[in-house]
Design a protein around this ligand. Structure first.
Ligand SMILES: [Zn+2]
Length: 408
């Protein structure tokens, strides 16, 4: 077991304070810090803090795949860590996006390879062969758009905005209140000529302004989000697409699971994200980056989904809260040590075999593994090799610890 030094990713939508404060560094930082990666992604692996200095987790896995990953994970996923843990801090909205299924990713990767598009090219959609299911758990209030809202409510929202230019589209959805209706409408908008969007998007923003000024509450959050996105990306079809998605507010500890084809955009907040170790993103707007509309349309799942269906069920097992997600690449739980447990050594065996990444988000705990003992403070993480578990914990103060393992 070793402490992990995560890799900080600076993107424009990040925060100058959140990740620095979380990890106990000086803030505000020179650049917005968007993500802190704990994993073995070739693009930015984490580093183990050993007595002999730092060693890349990527290299450690190559040197001792069986001991680090365990036989089960090794047989299933090869000598790589199948999941990636991130702390994500969004001060501004991220792009509208979706991720492919495993089959689509394998097929898309092969196709783009055949076309000779370099893996690092900005026009490349598929950078690896994996799907990218993701679970986000809020650390503070977290705002997001995700999944197509059940159509009746979207029709109600669009009517509430009272925008004449929207009437034909409201009619389309009212006549066909299912996935096919959503596909038809989304396709119309995302392929609309720019001059049309330059009329429709400002009209929708006017509607949102009027709605907010009217003091009505029902769709106030939706109207505000549309307005914010429209101010940032004028004339962008993604602003219209935002009308169709669930507007989700998470409280600390609440999560959403985004499977293949789910259209989503994180808007604001700090959270822990665990995903399959992949970089495959199809964007749908709200970004200056490459948008491949035909490929996005192939990948998107237009099934109307109530917000509640995106929230994973949780089960409690002692001090462990388990988020039940279907992806074989990862399993996520939160260990809370408090009350009578403080000061006592507690067994904390993982429910799954394989390696563990532990991330302390509150308090501080001593972690005992087979080979060693260390202390995890808020903002720090540890790597526990498959052959180094199970772990035991001792905390003197209320402590929250995220645990990511392989999901099989
Ligand atoms: Zn995503």
């Amino acid at each position: 077991m070793h402490l992990l030094r995560g890799a900080v990713r600076t993107y424009a939508w990040g925060s100058r304070t959140a990740i620095a404060e979380f990890t106990g560094r000086k803030s505000p930082t020179a650049h917005p810090e968007a993500e802190l990666w704990f994993g073995a992604h070739p693009g930015d692996p984490a580093f183990l803090q050993t007595d002999d200095g730092e060693e890349s987790l990527l290299e450690v896995l190559h040197e001792d795949p069986e001991g680090q990953l365990g036989n089960v994970a090794l047989a299933r996923f090869g000598d790589t860590l199948p999941f990636l843990v991130k702390v994500l801090a969004a001060d501004e909205p991220l792009s509208l996006q979706a991720h492919p299924s495993a089959e689509q990713a394998a097929e898309g990767y092969a196709r783009e390879d055949k076309l000779g598009i370099p893996v690092t090219a900005p026009t490349r959609n598929y950078r690896d062969r994996s799907h990218k299911p993701e679970l986000l758990v809020a650390l503070g209030p977290f705002e997001a758009l995700a999944g197509f809202r059940p159509v009746a409510r979207t029709v109600e929202l669009m009517r509430a905005l009272a925008v004449t230019d929207l009437d034909p589209y409201v009619g389309l959805l009212a006549d066909q209140s299912d996935a096919d209706g959503l596909r038809a409408l989304f396709t119309t908008w995302i392929t609309a000529p720019q001059p049309d969007l330059d009329v429709l998007v400002p009209a929708v923003l006017d509607g949102a302004i009027h709605y907010i000024r009217s003091g009505k509450k029902k769709f106030a959050a939706e109207a505000k989000t549309v307005l914010e996105l429209g101010e940032r990306y004028p004339g962008d079809a993604g602003v219209l697409a935002a009308l169709l998605l669930n507007r989700i507010s998470l409280k600390p500890g609440e999560g959403i699971y985004l499977g293949a084809g789910n259209l989503h955009a994180y808007l604001h907040g700090v959270g822990v994200e665990v995903m399959a170790n992949s970089d495959n993103v199809l964007r749908g707007g709200l970004t200056p980056k490459h948008v491949d509309v035909p490929e996005l349309l192939r990948v998107l799942d237009f099934t109307p989904t109530p917000e509640g269906d995106l929230r994973p069920e949780t089960v409690t097992d002692g001090m462990e809260l388990i988020y039940q997600t279907p992806a074989p690449e990862f399993a996520v739980s939160v260990l809370t040590i408090e009350g009578e447990q403080l000061g006592h050594e507690i067994d904390a065996p993982a429910r799954h075999d394989g390696p563990q990444i532990l991330l302390c988000t509150e308090g501080s705990t001593v972690v005992h593994a087979k080979s060693s003992t260390l202390t995890l403070e808020r903002g720090s993480a540890a790597w526990v090799a498959a052959d180094d578990g199970p772990i035991r914990l001792v905390a003197a103060q209320p402590t929250t610890l995220f645990r990511a393992t392989v999901g099989i």
